[in-house]
Design a binder for this molecule. Structure first.
Ligand code: FAD
Length: 302
């Protein structure tokens, strides 16, 4: 089994999610090769061959040129699986590569089990196990689903490559989204309200605990979607990625998209009526209780 991992750079920096590709590849026995359109000044820590195209020459993103670079390396290396991050870069490039090769593509993979790619469906309520019939499979993986726990190490063997195609498109740069609302990334304590709090009126119960602890208030996505709290409180893949000293999840089930945003917290307390909720995978302490009873009692005690 040979895997080709497509690393990702933004504004001259290697993105940490590149190591999620390695975490995914570690599920397979076999050779791992990386390809990046990036910069010699910030190489990934990776033991293996790295094909590097200079982003100063070809730009950080140009779908036509990048696709051709990737296809050239695929032709040379003949990998079994080509792996992208499920980012705006990956979800644009992966289908271009897959259609060029007439290959199967699996999108936003969150697991690999019994030789099948696991893909969420129905708003993550269900999971599908998929396998490919084509010789080569293209996948995008969900950020956070395969993040290695250990620090990355290694020095790649770099092979510089040139782009041998041009494009009618020009990459102009990134425009930062306007910063608004709350910055949870620097909070040392976060108390998060999940759908288990039942209704908007109960947010104050969670807010009282956060205030008592001198922490910030977080929200799972349904809480933000239902406008019980502003979206700027949302933690997870489509919210903020946080790593406080203490994270208290109140009525949060622990869906993978939520875990991706908070699993690096130093100490995690989960309060949930369901002792088997997936949040138990990352929680240091699970309190099996009704949040509406337990949280006010805890706040009073404090
Ligand atoms: C592309 C995509 C991106 C997403 N991005 C995010 C994201 O950034 N952040 C995010 O959070 N989600 C995200 N989601 C949604 C995610 O899949 C889950 O649906 C969501 O995290 C569930 O939120 P929840 O845990 O609050 O609700 P639920 O999954 O409904 O869980 C509620 C929990 O509360 C418990 N509970 C119920 N009543 C009580 C009570 N009285 N006391 C104690 N516990 C109780 C239940 O046992 C359950 O475990 C995303 C989904 C998709 C498809």
């Amino acid at each position: 089994m040979k895997l080709l991992l497509i690393g990702e750079y933004r504004e001259k920096k290697l993105l940490d999610v590149t190591y999620d590709l390695v975490g995914f590849a570690n599920k397979f026995n076999g050779e791992k090769i990386m390809l990046a359109i990036g910069y010699e000044s910030d190489l990934p820590k990776f033991d293996g061959k790295l094909y590097l195209a200079d982003a100063k020459e070809v730009g950080e993103y140009n779908p036509n040129v990048h696709k051709k670079i990737i296809l050239d390396v695929i032709e040379k290396e003949k990998p079994d699986i080509v792996v992208f991050i499920h980012s705006s870069f990956g979800w644009d490039l992966a289908p271009r590569v897959a259609t060029s090769l007439n290959a199967a593509q699996f999108t936003e993979v969150v697991g690999y089990k019994d030789n099948n790619f696991v893909v969420p469906s129905c708003n993550s309520k269900l999971r599908r196990d998929l396998s490919a019939k084509s010789d080569i499979t293209i996948v995008t993986i969900q950020a956070g689903a395969f993040t290695p726990l250990e620090e990355p190490t290694g020095t790649p063997i770099v092979e510089n490559i040139k782009a041998n195609s041009s494009s009618s498109l020009e990459f102009l740069g990134y425009e930062e989204a306007e910063a608004k609302g709350l910055d949870l990334t620097k909070a040392e304590i976060i108390v998060t309200a999940g759908r288990g709090i039942g209704k908007k009126d109960n947010v104050s119960i969670i807010q009282d605990l956060a205030t008592k602890l001198g922490g910030q208030l977080g929200a799972s996505r349904p809480v933000a979607d239902n406008q019980w709290l502003d979206q700027s409180h949302q933690v997870g893949t489509t919210g903020q990625t946080v790593s406080p000293k203490l994270y208290i999840a109140c009525g949060v089930s622990g869906a993978i998209q939520h875990l991706a945003g908070m699993k690096k917290s130093e100490f995690i307390v989960a309060i949930n009526t369901d002792k088997d909720a997936p949040i138990t995978e990352v929680a240091d302490i699970l309190v099996v209780a009704d949040v509406l009873q337990f949280v006010p009692a805890l706040t009073n005690k404090l």
